[in-house]
Design a protein around this ligand. Structure first.
Ligand code: HGY
Ligand code: MN
Ligand code: MN
Length: 444
């Protein structure tokens, strides 16, 4: 049973210069170093930085290795012991007074979308490092250890599924299954891990935590629109992913009469509009997207014969996910019959909606209130590693606004003030959960 006072961490150890036993750590005597966090975010953005100011750092690629090496060096310099598991997830442990206690996990991911931004995943991982650095500055000894996590392949863009390593940690996939997953070039996860020398020996899922807290940008418009600094995340919506193939008949663009065509691309166009209509028909608690399509051997004067595509639906309600799925299956059947073109839809991943742990949510909310930040409860529209971890440990999330709610786009942006606020909430939530033995320099 996790003991915490939901609000601020109280000094439980002996008397200390600056702060004495029983005093609480608040905004006035303990904050993160805002400039140091902001510099870290912008320093790491160079690993895969794009001319438009975004970041292209696909999981397990050369740029991911660069940021991993930077992260490992920074964690070791902050006094952490860094380990890597069999799927490349990195764990940096700051010792606590009682090392027999399971650590409080904090962190997120450092991989990005192909046209990603500087903050998605990065804020949560580097804010966790800043929490450790701030604890060091204040001379804080926590009761339980604290462990920063950098989860491999949260984005799912190069290898499916998304939140891949945390899903394996939660027991949703075997390590061997994930190691065999291939990218579009036929490279396996195992080969990619070996190429960047991040295939660790620690078995996946063996490292236990008392709780996990993830800071992340909202990636949506609500906090900014309502002028709230913090989102206390209590729910995460469910996600279902599909791989689709359409098999028509390739033939000459000039000589094939329209009624005789079995055009895979025109068929695909109907599927795209069907996904959009199904999501709208089940709104507002549903969204649907087709993000990828690839025609086999495309040629401007050949009617497309075969193509592959991705599709996904999301909803905070499992029952709605079921309805979306059956609506898609019947729409595809209708289009296929009418056009005499074969369409196959294969569900490759389903993540049920997440209900975050009440106690950890209250700890986040308590720290937010004590720090005096405006906030609201919020449901996460995006998937996160914390959503997988919530299935196997007490977990919750902290959101901060991002500009115009934009994410998975090179324009992704956030303010230093909001990132600092989020990191302060992460710091004080972590201390409330880990317990504080002493904080001799917290007041300086
Ligand atoms: O897809 C997601 O929600 C996450 O950004 N990987
Ligand atoms: Mn993310
Ligand atoms: Mn993302």
């Amino acid at each position: 049973m996790l003991q915490c006072n939901y609000g601020m961490a109280a000094i439980s150890g002996g008397t200390q210069p600056g702060l004495s036993k029983g005093m609480t750590l608040t905004k006035s005597n303990l904050q993160i170093d805002s400039a140091r966090l902001w510099n870290a975010i912008h320093e790491t953005a160079k690993f895969g930085g794009t001319p438009k100011g975004g970041v292209r750092r696909l999981t397990l690629g050369a740029e991911d290795k660069q940021v991993r090496d930077w992260f490992r060096d920074a964690c070791e310099a902050a006094g952490c012991t860094v380990s890597v598991d069999a799927l490349g997830t990195m764990f940096a442990v700051r010792p606590g007074h009682d090392m027999s206690k399971p650590p409080i996990g904090i962190g997120s991911h450092l991989d990005t979308q192909p046209t990603g931004g500087k903050f998605d995943g990065v804020l949560g991982t580097l804010a966790a490092l800043e929490v450790i650095r701030s604890m060091n500055d204040a001379g804080i000894e926590t009761e339980a250890p604290v462990c920063i996590c950098n989860w491999t392949n949260e984005e799912g863009s190069r290898f499916a599924p998304a939140m891949m390593a945390s899903a394996a940690y939660a027991g949703e996939y075997t390590t061997d299954d994930i190691l065999s997953r291939k990218d579009n070039d036929g490279i396996t996860v195992a080969e990619a891990l070996d190429t960047i020398s991040y295939r660790g020996i620690e078995p996946v899922g063996t490292r236990k935590f008392a709780a996990f807290v993830e800071l992340h940008i909202e990636q949506g418009p609500l906090l900014e629109a309502e002028e709230k600094t913090i989102g206390v995340v209590d729910l995460g919506q469910g996600i279902v992913w599909y791989n689709g193939t359409i098999s028509g008949f390739a033939s000459h663009a000039g000589t094939t009469p329209m009624p005789l065509r079995r055009d895979a691309l025109a068929t695909f166009a109907e599927v795209v509009l069907a996904v959009e209509k199904i999501a709208k028909d089940h709104g507002p608690n549903a969204v649907g997207t087709i993000g990828e399509v690839a025609i086999d051997n495309p040629s401007r004067n050949v009617i497309a014969g075969d193509l592959k595509f991705s599709a996904e639906f999301r909803s905070p309600e499992s029952a709605t996910m079921d309805k979306l799925d059956s609506a898609l299956q019947s729409a595809v059947k209708d289009i296929s019959t009418r056009r005499k073109v074969n369409i196959a839809i294969d569900q490759i991943w389903r993540k049920e909606p997440t209900v975050f742990n009440t106690e950890i949510v209250k700890a986040v909310e308590g720290a937010t209130k004590q720090l005096g930040y405006s906030y609201r409860r919020i449901t996460s529209g995006a998937g996160h590693d914390a959503c997988n971890l919530a299935g196997v440990m007490p977990a919750a999330m902290i959101f901060v606004p991002c500009k115009d709610g934009i994410s998975h786009n090179e324009l992704e942006d956030a303010t230093q003030a909001d990132c600092t606020a989020g990191a302060n909430v992460l710091l004080h939530t972590t201390l409330a959960l880990a317990g504080v033995v002493s904080a001799p320099k917290a007041n300086t």
